[in-house]
Design a protein around this ligand. Structure first.
Ligand SMILES: [Fe+2]
Ligand SMILES: [Fe+2]
Length: 171
């Protein structure tokens, strides 16, 4: 290979990082960031922004449901079976259940209903707390067992599971 042909960090495309370099921790974290940004934008809407609100809810569903599915089917079982984060993962499952219920509630609340922002606030707080637990104690327990290629392999599997979940949701 010619010297100097290897692209620098900055020159590597997003695809490069997505396909080859991202480990499961970076992937989960970047999805959390997207969800948090979306919820922040949603909480700035008014009852007159009906379209923004309803498209926000469906985008949120599209992001959250596959993400939680992949965590429950892949990442949490790994944490439970191969690390000492078992109790934290069990809490994670319960928080997912709560998030699903509140999300369903939000979906069934009219966007111009005064309860809509209250409902979104509850979901936002719940998810922010949950994300802190995942990126804190759960990641701390899991990192040593998912170093290097294992972590990258898990990221690829995670994405596949999300795609399957998305395909299932679309039916
Ligand atoms: Fe997560
Ligand atoms: Fe989660």
């Amino acid at each position: 290979m010619l010297a100097g042909r290897e692209p620098g960090r900055k020159a590597r495309s997003a695809v490069y990082w997505e396909e080859y370099a991202v480990d499961v921790f970076d992937l989960i974290k970047s999805e959390h960031r997207k969800v948090k940004e979306l919820m922040a934008r949603m909480s700035e809407t008014s009852s007159r922004g009906a379209k923004l609100r309803s498209s926000g809810v469906s985008r949120l569903k599209d992001m959250l449901l596959p993400h939680m599915h992949a965590e429950e089917e892949l990442f949490y079982p790994f944490v439970m079976n191969e690390t000492d984060g078992r109790l934290d993962a069990l809490e994670g499952y319960e928080e997912h259940k709560a998030a699903r219920m509140v999300l369903e509630d939000l979906e069934n609340t009219a966007v111009d209903d005064e309860r809509w922002p209250a409902n979104l606030k509850v979901l936002k707080d719940l998810i922010e707390h949950h994300v802190k637990e995942e990126e804190g104690p759960i990641f701390k327990a899991a990192r040593p067992a998912a170093k290097g290629e294992r972590g990258r392999e898990m990221a690829r599997e995670f994405k596949n599971m999300e795609s399957e979940a998305k395909a299932g949701m679309a039916v």
